[in-house]
Design a protein around this ligand. Structure first.
Ligand code: HEC
Length: 139
């Protein structure tokens, strides 16, 4: 009787240790699978590009082609050249919003959910399109 009471928990313990061992084995097996296919992991870990972030957060007002909409101005206007609106003004616009001052679209509200790195990527994208396509006159 007594030995029966002792050996039962032991058997349970062995069962628990056994299943942990199986779990660990399963994890390392999964790890090996992922390691052997690095391309499958590459895309979810890649940060969104400036173009993707612009399309998701800015294009609804500033236009998918940067040339503005009825809700916001063109970022290809000469008024947004780097000497007039520095890269820092983009970060300020995203963080604090913009009061209506150059145009009649109304104010821009702050944009949530973008890190400083995201805004840096967006600015780099805007600057590259500006230098590729040139500027429009203002207004
Ligand atoms: C809901 C519409 C809307 C969205 C979305 C929006 N903007 Fe704007 N933005 C505006 C409007 C309107 C102005 C013009 C304000 C003015 O000068 O009259 C503006 C102006 C700006 C300016 C000029 C700031 C200044 O100091 O004059 C920058 C830079 C800018 N936006 C960047 C962005 C970026 C980057 C995004 C995306 C992360 C974005 N905007 C998303 C509406 C928007």
């Amino acid at each position: 009787m007594v030995s029966d009471l002792i050996s039962r928990p032991r058997r349970n313990l062995i069962a628990v240790v056994g299943s942990i061992g199986i779990a660990i084995a399963a994890c390392s097996a999964a790890g090996e699978t992922i390691d052997s296919t690095p391309t499958a992991l590459a895309s979810p870990e890649q940060p969104a590009t400036g173009a993707e972030l612009y399309a998701a957060s800015c294009a609804e007002c500033h236009g998918a082609d940067l040339r503005g909409t009825d809700r916001g101005p063109s970022h290809l206007s000469i008024v947004y050249e780097p000497d007039h609106h520095s890269d820092a003004t983009f970060l300020l616009a995203v963080r604090n919003g913009v009061r209506s001052h150059h145009w009649d679209f109304g104010p821009m509200l702050p944009i949530d959910g973008l890190s400083d790195e995201d805004v840096t990527a967006i600015v780099a994208y805007v600057r590259s399109v500006q230098s590729e396509q040139g500027f429009e006159p203002y207004p």
